[in-house]
Design a protein around this ligand. Structure first.
Ligand SMILES: *Cc1c(COP(=O)(O)O)cnc(C)c1O
Length: 377
């Protein structure tokens, strides 16, 4: 019988995921009435609770109301959205920028607009789900290369010539904390006359000169082959996403992206808050503080089985699923929230604790976390 109660097949309980029912208070997180230090947030600079950022959002709501009321093409547009687009483009070193509702909407809409069944896409195997789904929706031929394997990418590019080709990759990968070699990817893109899409959701505001991300580090920003995606939900501390590229590319996307045209514009409070967040990022102290915290964590934890990462994502490989779960439970008891990440999110046998470091942590809090980790491994 067709019925909503039996539509989904039962899954093995170890794989079942559900909502945590959590609430955050600054750097703390409360789960089932227990307060813990949060080492699981992508709010890498503490901007989600920065007083100036919160005030900007409140002021915008007081002046313009909450919802935008329609898509940007109907009546939901706002000068603050345009100002944020201009400032993001200037900061990142691109000609133009387009603001979207979220990273998921940005990637799905971007790939759907750029690619069709005649396009060949070359994608890292560990790309974010939004890029995977965008490629699927576009109907393009998809060739997936092993994680970070530039030799394999080069071979694939030789094997599949086509008029329209796109290389697609995360910049900073969120489960391993490792990074794509953007310099080499751009050389391959140039040698094979291919577009390059980099989604640097986690690198934006956290790595590179002034936190401008991996493309700034690789010195490829503004290259007209490059389209970059970033989000406001991570280091910017709020919600939303943006696409950077040449003037012609962004104008083309404005006219074509279904996730822009058929989706309600961001509430004005979000660009208002993001403009202040951007100013704070550009001042540099928060990015410096994050770097200092990272350095401290890496030094203190040098005896632990951390994955090689110099980014705010610091996975500690445990191996067996049960061990990772048990460690996460014990950490909770000690007052630290660090999630266990298990297959299928990561490969079998590499269950891990995913620690994220923020500028909002104090050196004492980081020292206490490392002490707790050492007592458990
Ligand atoms: C978080 C993330 C997204 C999704 O962004 P949202 O704004 O949360 O929808 C897309 N790509 C990458 C690489 C991400 O880490």
């Amino acid at each position: 019988m067709t019925d909503s109660r039996n539509w989904f097949k039962p899954t093995p309980s170890s794989r079942r995921r559900s909502l945590l029912r959590s609430r955050r208070h600054g750097i703390f997180i409360e789960i089932s009435g227990k307060q813990m230090l949060n080492f699981a947030s992508n709010d890498y600079l503490g901007l989600a609770t920065h007083p100036a950022v919160m005030q900007a959002a409140c002021d915008a709501i007081a002046e313009y109301g909450l919802g935008s009321g329609a898509s940007r093409l109907i009546s939901g547009d706002d000068p603050l959205i345009h100002q944020l687009e201009r400032e993001l483009a200037e900061w990142k070193g691109f000609e133009d920028c387009l603001l979207l509702g979220s990273g998921m909407l940005a990637n799905i809409g971007l790939l759907q607009a750029l690619a069709d069944r005649h396009t060949h896409v070359f994608a890292d195997r560990l790309n974010h789900a939004s890029l995977v789904d965008g490629v699927r929706l576009s109907g393009a031929h998809c060739h997936r290369f092993s994680h970070l394997d530039m030799d394999q990418l080069a071979t694939m590019l030789k094997r599949y010539p086509a008029e329209h080709r796109i290389i697609v990759s995360d910049g900073l990968f969120s489960m391993d904390g490792d990074t794509a070699d953007l310099k080499q990817m751009m050389s391959l893109a140039e040698a094979s006359d291919t577009l390059l899409i980099i989604d640097d959701a986690h690198g934006t505001g956290t790595v590179g000169p002034e936190g401008r991300g991996l493309s700034a580090m690789a010195d490829i920003t503004g290259n007209s082959r490059l389209i970059e995606v970033g989000t406001l939900g991570k280091a910017f501390g709020s919600y939303g996403a943006f696409i950077l590229g040449s003037g012609e590319m962004i104008e083309g996307l404005r006219q074509r992206m279904r996730t822009l045209i058929y989706s309600t514009a961001l509430p004005t409070a979000l660009p208002a808050a993001a403009l202040v967040a951007l100013e704070l990022i550009r001042q540099g102290t928060l990015v410096e503080k994050l770097c200092g915290n990272l350095k401290l964590f890496r030094e203190l934890a040098s005896g632990l089985p951390l994955m090689p990462s110099d980014t705010p994502i610091q996975p500690l490989v445990v191996g067996k699923d049960e061990h990772a779960l048990a460690m996460a439970e014990q950490l909770k008891r000690l007052g630290f929230f660090v999630p266990a990440i298990r297959p299928p999110t990561v490969p079998e046998g590499t269950a891990r604790l995913r620690i994220t470091i923020s500028a909002a942590h104090t050196p004492q809090e980081i020292t206490r976390l490392v002490g707790a980790l050492e007592s458990l491994v």
